[in-house]
Design a protein around this ligand. Structure first.
Ligand code: NIG
Ligand code: FE
Length: 414
């Protein structure tokens, strides 16, 4: 058995307790000064102060890891990405800098649809190769679990190819991948006006194959003006749930359509984006236990106003933070920039940001029983920061402070 003992962490962030954390609970990150963690194989078996755990450890049997001067915390869970795709859309970014909007580019054939051709053309191996590089970059930022979506195929073959690439990467790469089927990501020109038929095609032909090969746990949809209506989304989500998929939704991003209320109605695990979520939608998400996942890197890149995170937390919602890494609206998976935006522009405390990136992210991918906190029984997914306090995270602005990443008990980045 592999036995490791981390001791003398200047600050040990545990994020322990019931998950997800709502409202005020998000401020409680279970901080232990001079903290220590015992790991056996891939699991955490004890957590406490160094003084307490020193009594339990026979140091000859253990690999002792000195964490003096470091902050030790759970690996981050990036609960919303589109990290598998072919091609890039740098041209669109430059058009937006000159004043074009994301939706106007989409309406003239760019946007998500522009990623479909290169994704169809890429082989499964090519998607995996590019995906592996992106996972490596995530690991450097301390991400140990990531959610990834299909949605650039718009046909059965390519959607399955994207999901199979993620399944194989999950088996070979240290970062754990939770897969989401996002067939209804946009409407190709041949389906315009026939959105219901397109959804039926997904539900009746593509999704049974996804289930058969066990390729995705979640189903997601882009509910947006000129994409999928609330009525069509409700139809799709209800049927997807009946098929055994857990639900996510891209909701209230550019226009306030009522995606947040829909998420509450259908019992989605999370509703994501939420820049334009209504006050009523926020209350309904809270009451229905829907995790409000906010994606500030996208708002930043699109020069949109940020989601009302402060209001959500004050109303008692469980908020998660995720990157939304994708080739269009947000080609960034920078955790440190997300921390900066959360603290500086969204008025979140660093404790709330940490909760949103760890245990609440884990809950948003239905993994809060396995990852997202440093507690006995959980996977030993643990990161070390170069500085002794969490307060360096926003202060050393947009700088990656991650020095070491332990995944399932093994050091996978240093
Ligand atoms: O979450 N909003 C819809 N989907 C993605 C964008 C994907 C793309 O532009 O390629 C998002 O922002
Ligand atoms: Fe997205």
């Amino acid at each position: 058995m592999k036995k490791r003992y981390i001791r003398h962490a200047s600050e040990l962030v545990t994020c322990k307790g019931k998950a997800p954390k709502h409202g005020k609970e998000m401020s409680d990150i279970g901080l232990i000064y001079d903290g220590a963690v015992i790991i056996h194989d891939d699991k955490i078996i004890a957590v406490g102060t160094t003084e307490e755990l020193d009594k339990q450890v026979n140091s000859e049997e253990y690999e002792v890891i000195d964490a003096a001067g470091k902050t030790v915390m759970p690996g981050f869970v990036d609960s919303h990405t589109h990290f598998i795709f072919g091609g890039y859309r740098a041209d669109e970014f430059s058009w937006r800098l000159k004043g074009d909007s994301y939706m106007s580019i989409m309406e003239r054939g760019g946007g998500i649809n522009a990623t479909v051709v290169p994704t169809r053309e890429a082989s499964e191996e090519e998607l995996m190769e590019a995906g592996k590089e992106r996972l490596n970059r995530m690991l450097e930022f301390g991400v140990t679990t990531v959610e990834g979506k299909s949605g650039y195929g718009m046909d059965c073959e390519t959607e399955l190819k994207m999901l199979r690439a993620m399944k194989k990467l999950n088996e070979t790469h240290p970062v754990d991948i939770v897969s989401t089927f996002l067939g209804p990501h946009s409407v190709l020109p041949q389906w315009k006006g026939k959105e219901r038929e397109f959804l039926d095609e997904q539900l009746n032909h593509v999704m049974p194959k996804v289930k058969e090969e066990n390729l995705a746990e979640f189903a997601d949809i882009f509910t947006e003006k000129n994409v999928f209506t609330v009525e069509d989304s409700e139809y799709y989500m209800t049927k997807a749930k009946e098929m055994g998929f857990k639900l996510k939704i891209h909701a209230d991003e550019i226009y306030q359509l009522g995606g947040s209320e829909l998420a509450a109605r259908v019992g989605a695990v999370s509703a994501d984006h939420l820049l334009k979520a209504s006050d009523e939608g926020i209350r309904q998400m809270r009451d229905a236990g829907v995790i409000s996942t906010i994606l500030p890197l996208t708002a930043f890149g699109l020069k949109e106003e940020y989601a009302p995170a402060r209001k959500m937390i004050d109303e008692g919602c469980a908020v998660a933070l995720a990157s939304d890494l994708n080739p269009g609206s947000c080609f960034s998976n920078s955790i440190p920039l997300m921390v900066a935006l959360g603290c500086i522009y969204m008025n979140m405390s660093i404790e709330e940001v940490i909760t949103a990136l760890t245990i609440n992210g884990a809950a948003a991918v239905d993994r809060a029983d396995k990852v997202g906190s440093i507690e006995p029984g959980k996977a030993a997914d643990i990161i070390f920061l170069k500085f002794p306090s969490i307060h360096f995270m926003p202060y050393h602005t947009a700088i990656n402070l991650v020095e070491t990443v332990i995944k399932n008990g093994d050091t996978v980045y240093h």
